[in-house]
Design a protein around this ligand. Structure first.
Ligand code: SF4
Length: 344
């Protein structure tokens, strides 16, 4: 890392970022607190969700589960319900388990050390660094995509961000500009990365560190960060049967670890003798991270009580209706299907 030789040149950059952050920090509810529980929830909520999209969900979640005790004692399905609309439901399942870990292993007191925070279910290096630095004056940089982008541009550094060594490399690089107040520095980097040094069309003319940015001075901002590995997208075909009678329909809770774990879904198969009740088919495309789904949903309208009763008895599905289904979390495309069916 040749920058190391020029370390003194960069020490002022972090301080400039802090001054900028003090004046420009976004006024967000979780910025008013150092409660590790709230910071943790906010870090998990906003990991894959934009602030504008997730803010109401965050506020609702915190109103219902204001502390780790309440969350740990809640029913998992209710936690999933409050996660509705945020997607990536495994985050909600992990949050719930981690809250129980805090109760069981830490007597209900959120751990303060980076290594201990890392032991919580679903908490990685980034989240542990963010919580420990913001709430407990920890000194670890919260390195994420924002750090990769800002640092590789600041230093015009072509280290490949898709390589396995990127996290360690950019953690070290960040220390060249990291001031003592690591909590504010981490948040300043998050804000700079999302508001100014954006992936496309960064606002370099408004950037507090543009004078120090090598990529900017070389006119090469668009060349950084360098990413060589493309993640392959998988195409997947799913099939469901929306089996209904008199406003009621059948569902089950997903158990496998594949996708949508613990969410509710329609039956994925029906016995052959019920195929005569199929009255329609809809094909829905849906994108998940690294997965393109093609979902076939066959509408199966059972026209006799006898057939309906025997279907339920033989296949063991749960019976629900639209109103009761609001109390359950479905994958987005299935929820959209139910809403459309209701309006048809
Ligand atoms: S000058 Fe532009 S490229 Fe450099 S850090 Fe600022 S916003 Fe990013």
């Amino acid at each position: 890392m040749e920058h190391q030789n020029r370390i003194s040149e960069f020490l002022h950059v972090g301080n400039k970022l802090l001054s900028w952050y003090k004046k420009n920090a976004r006024d967000l509810p979780f910025r008013q607190t150092r409660d590790p529980y709230k910071i943790w929830i906010c870090e998990i909520v906003f990991q894959q969700t934009r602030i504008s999209q997730g803010l109401n969900h965050y506020n609702n979640f915190i109103s219902r589960f204001p502390d780790v005790q309440t969350l740990a004692a809640a029913d998992e399905n209710e936690v999933l319900l409050y996660w509705k609309g945020l997607g990536y439901y495994s985050r909600a399942i992990n949050i719930h388990k981690a809250a129980q870990q805090v109760m069981d292993d830490y007597h209900g007191i959120f751990p303060s050390e980076y290594e201990e925070i890392m032991k919580l279910k679903g908490v990685g290096k980034y989240t542990a660094a963010a919580i420990s630095s913001i709430c407990f004056n920890g000194k670890m940089p919260a390195v994420d995509g924002n750090f990769y982008r800002v640092l590789s541009r600041l230093f015009a550094d072509d280290y490949d961000i898709s390589g396995s060594g990127a996290f360690a490399y950019f953690s070290e690089l960040s220390k060249l500009i990291m001031p003592d107040n690591v909590g504010d520095f981490n948040q300043a980097m998050m804000d700079l990365g999302s508001e100014i040094c954006k992936p496309k069309n960064p606002l370099c003319h408004s950037c507090p560190v543009s004078e120090d940015c090598l990529a900017y001075s070389l006119g090469k901002v668009s060349e950084f960060p360098v990413k060589t590995k493309k993640v392959k997208t998988e195409n997947l075909q799913l099939r469901y049967y929306f089996v209904h009678r008199n406003g009621h329909f059948l569902i089950q809770q997903r158990k496998d670890d594949f996708i949508w774990k613990k969410l509710f879904e329609f039956p994925p198969e029906i016995p052959e003798e019920f195929e005569k009740y199929i009255v329609g088919l809809q094909i829905i495309g849906h994108k998940l991270t690294h997965k393109n789904l093609c979902i076939e949903i066959y509408e199966v309208e059972i026209t006799s009580d006898e057939a309906w009763d025997s279907f339920i008895a033989e296949n063991g599905y749960m019976v629900t209706d639209v109103e009761a289904s609001h109390e359950k979390s479905f994958p987005k495309p299935l929820e959209t299907y139910i809403q459309k069916w209701l309006r048809a």
